[in-house]
Design a protein around this ligand. Structure first.
Ligand code: 13P
Length: 270
């Protein structure tokens, strides 16, 4: 079986901690994660944690000092590099902390804080400008799904965010399909629905950039992921990993998801 270490679509398990864990809790969690992760699984699966801003420096230090093979991510950034934007954090600040992944347009930012497509696209470009990897979050609401508008919504969100990007920028990015109705509800999408939505997103990336770029980009599923449903979800050929909220807060639970993702043979994703 091919080792995915150099594969652009190596499985990614990313834990979005949202507004949970102060820096001391974060330190304890990544220390425990370092003990629980199986090095064999990490050949196939890349693991990232996305803590609150106040934890980033502490988590970065622990990961480095203990050589814990977990990548650092952030949940949001502003599109400008500096300025009078009280309460915001700039992409170069995150880059200086060794952050690799930055979410752009998480549905909670869109729905609770009014982030629109233009702001999401601008933030995504700031992430790219500073050498980090954007994780563009897209997904339909329950109303949009019931109205049969899921694909239209995904198309609009993807097109608005990636329009005008270079092919290699699209090839290197991550998109997370997170249906809003599945987030924090326990109502996980079926593996078939997750696969269909991720395939649709890949088709939109191909239309906006190229087939090759789309084939290299990673597309994740998010929404009530846990250790029990991960393997089936990641079994979809277009589902390259998972973006996990609640089940990523405890090290044991996140390590269980990583182990489950690692059971899926890469060939199953082609
Ligand atoms: P849950 O896994 O808690 O449903 O959250 C998903 C999510 O929003 C990750 O970004």
């Amino acid at each position: 079986m091919a080792d995915q270490a150099n594969d652009s679509r190596r499985t990614l398990v990313a834990g979005n901690w949202k507004m949970h864990h102060d820096h001391l809790q974060a330190i304890r969690t990544v220390q425990e994660l370092g003990l629980r992760l199986d090095p064999v699984d990490l050949k196939r699966v890349e693991v990232a944690v996305l803590p609150p801003f106040t934890d980033l420096r502490s988590v970065q230090t622990v990961l480095e000092d203990r050589s814990i093979p977990v990548v650092l991510g952030a949940q949001h950034c502003h599109d400008r590099d500096s300025g009078a934007f009280t309460g915001e954090v700039a992409a170069p600040m995150l880059a200086r902390l060794g952050v690799r992944y930055v979410l752009a347009g998480h549905s909670e930012r869109r729905l609770l804080f009014g982030q629109d497509d233009a702001q999401v696209g601008a933030a995504l470009r700031a992430v790219l400008r500073h050498g980090m990897v954007p994780v563009l979050c897209v997904g339909e609401t329950a109303e949009e799904r019931e109205a049969g508008r899921t694909e239209e919504r995904l198309s609009d969100q993807v097109a608005a965010a990636v329009q005008g990007l270079a092919e290699e920028q699209v090839a290197g990015m991550v998109v997370a399909y997170e249906p809003v109705w599945a987030i924090g509800t326990g109502a996980t999408a079926t593996a078939a629905d997750a696969q269909a939505a991720c395939a649709h997103v890949r088709g939109r990336l191909a239309a906006a950039a190229s087939g090759d770029a789309a084939a290299s980009a990673r597309i994740l599923y998010g929404g009530s992921v846990n250790a029990e449903n991960t393997a089936e979800l990641v079994g979809g050929p277009d589902v390259d990993g998972v973006l996990v909220g609640g089940a990523s807060l405890e090290a044991a639970s996140l390590a269980g998801i990583v182990a489950a993702a690692a059971t899926v043979r890469p060939a199953a994703r082609r």
